[in-house]
Write a protein that binds this ligand. Structure first.
Ligand code: FES
Ligand code: MG
Length: 573
């Protein structure tokens, strides 16, 4: 940093008059010496800890460890809370609140005397929400990912937190699981502190964060309960103080190439489809133009290097012991942009040259991948004018090209009411079409795209069918599930006018999704279509419905796209 460049915090604390008095005086009720803030970078620890976000339940302890590192390096730590989004508890869906939490983060950072930021994150949305908010301010920022749970076992079977839940209905039907069995299983799965231990959305987000260059290298795959997780938290605290001195802001790290790296790495680890929406929203906050097609053109030719649930066999703890993300990064060296800068100040690949793989059944060599192609396929066609996505590695090969008759559910409630009706006209070749679960429709775009199959087909041993919706799917789920149909049905996309018995054609190889009715009929139905009434007429939900963008744009609020920097022009007196 230019020696003469003043710390941002000195605009609060460096004043010898009335305003300096005001800013310092009240803080000193905590017992700080009068020179405490002089020339020391003030580091905001943005904490998503909450007892209502169990995946982040350990982050209060972690904040103390980060503080140690900040103090060691000569900084001043200042921890503050932001809205925390607990995936398994918040209704109707945490996605409704991702943009709200990002606003909380952005405004909390900008309004306060902070020079650098550490984001403490864990559960799915706590990562993109805080990164989005921090991007719109663009201070030096480093992420401390909370880490996954240890692997659990239920009656000898290795079970993943965030994958067992998708087996419950099937096991109740086919293996006679009782309520007591379920109580026993649920605690076995939640083995330790940390977030879901599959390559679900939380692990995907942590991996993305490291691939973007926003964590210390090697940090994202360490389990929450591993002592090395805390060690890295302390090192992160030390490092952010240096980053402030170097003025290593987010926009210097988050280049177009960094985003391309994140897409490549996500494909290689078999990451969640939710990455598309979150990475797009983050890119738009920092001013990088990322298109839906980029995920396909960049990601879909990348081989799958990681054998992890939900696509494969292992859990994050196994991944870490096999060498973790550093091994994947090293393997991907020929495919990645090597010179992107990371928060430790080094070029990306320089961080990983010493990585060693200890188990090639968990992390494959680039020459001998688990699958030749991974990533996400972006579909086009009259049923998704602005695109839709599918994760081929989580789908059934035999359904990747499929023509079937639509069985339509107008809303999630309609689905719940009728899916198990004995007289429902449905078989394994049908295509389940679910409407009304897009960003504006639900609202918030819940993770319901991978709806359970009807009981009568599960009883026949059917485990997968083509399902199409404008919703999302949990990163821990699998199936031949077409997601993020845009425009969503609630705003009158073609999805809105699909009727029972219509033929639908999916061809993942050709990247097409087609509703097989003639154009005149399609136009006629669209003309007659009546938009559903918005589900809220006040409060945040109304603001969300009025301003949320479609999935292919990242589902941010339109007025939040971009950033306003860190400058605050006006004072409080
Ligand atoms: Fe929090 Fe899965 S529920 S990460
Ligand atoms: Mg999830």
């Amino acid at each position: 940093m230019d020696k003469k460049k003043k710390l941002r915090s000195s605009e609060w604390f460096g004043d010898d008059g009335k305003m300096g008095f005001v800013h310092r005086s009240w803080l000193r009720n905590q017992g700080y010496p009068d020179d405490y803030f002089e020339g020391r970078p003030v580091i905001g620890i943005c904490n998503t800890w909450s007892e209502l976000t169990p995946c982040n339940g350990h982050l209060r302890d972690f904040a103390e460890v980060v503080k140690k590192g900040i103090l060691e390096a000569g900084g001043v730590p200042m921890e503050f809370p932001v809205m925390s989004l607990g995936e398994t508890i918040m209704k109707p869906t945490t996605m409704l609140f991702r943009n709200l939490a990002s606003m909380d983060t952005e405004e909390s950072i900008r309004a306060n005397p902070l020079d650098g930021i550490v984001l403490l994150t864990g559960c799915d949305k706590t990562t993109p929400s805080t990164i989005m908010g921090a991007c719109s301010v663009d201070l030096p920022t480093l992420v401390v990912p909370g880490g996954p749970m240890l692997s659990g076992r239920f009656r000898g079977e290795k079970v993943g937190s965030g994958s067992m839940n998708w087996m419950i209905k099937e096991r109740q039907e086919n293996q006679g699981y009782s309520a007591a069995d379920i109580r026993e299983a649920e605690v076995c799965v939640a083995r330790s502190i940390g977030h879901c231990n599959t390559m679900g959305t939380a692990s995907t987000m942590a991996t993305m964060t490291e691939a973007l260059g926003l964590t210390l290298p090697g940090y994202s795959s360490i389990p929450a309960a591993d002592s090395r997780k805390k060690m890295y938290a302390q090192l992160s605290g030390r490092r952010i103080v240096e980053m402030v001195k170097e003025d290593l802001t987010m926009s210097k790290v988050l280049t177009r190439n960094a985003f391309e790296n994140a897409i490549i790495v996500n494909a290689a680890v078999g990451g969640s489809t939710n990455l598309i929406i979150h990475l797009t929203a983050i890119a738009r906050r920092i001013g990088i133009d990322l298109k839906l097609e980029d995920f396909d053109t960049i990601g879909s030719k990348i081989p799958l290097l990681v054998n992890m649930k939900p696509s494969g066999k292992y859990l994050m703890e196994d991944f870490y012991y096999a060498g973790g993300l550093p091994v994947v990064m090293k393997e991907l060296t020929p495919l990645l942009h090597k010179e992107t800068i990371t928060v430790n100040g080094n070029a990306l690949i320089a961080n990983y040259t010493d990585a060693v793989c200890y188990d090639t059944d968990v992390i494959a060599k680039l020459e001998k991948p688990f699958q030749d192609k991974s990533g996400i396929a972006v579909l086009r066609g009259n049923l998704c004018e602005n695109g839709a996505v599918i994760k081929p590695s989580a789908a059934s090969p035999k359904l990747m090209k499929h023509r079937g008759k639509a069985v339509v559910f107008e809303t999630m409630e309609d689905y719940h009411e009728r899916i198990d009706a004995p007289d429902l006209d449905i078989d394994e070749n049908s295509v389940i079409v679910l409407k009304g679960v897009g960003p504006k429709g639900y609202p918030g775009m819940p993770e319901v795209g991978n709806v359970d199959l009807p009981k009568k087909l599960l009883a026949k041993g059917i485990t997968d069918m083509v399902r199409i919706s404008d919703g999302r799917m949990s990163g821990t789920a699998a199936g031949t599930v077409v997601l993020h149909v845009s425009p969503e049905s609630t705003v009158g996309g073609t999805l809105a006018i699909v009727e029972n018995g219509d033929w639908i054609e999916l061809d993942v190889n050709e990247r097409t999704l087609h509703l097989d009715i003639d154009q005149a009929e399609l136009d006629k139905r669209k003309k007659a279509w009546i938009p559903p009434k918005p589900v809220a007429d006040r409060g945040y939900v109304k603001m969300y419905i009025d301003h949320v963008e479609q999935a292919d744009q990242g589902a941010d609020l339109d007025f939040l796209v971009g950033g306003s920097g860190s400058k605050v022009e006006r004072d409080l007196h």
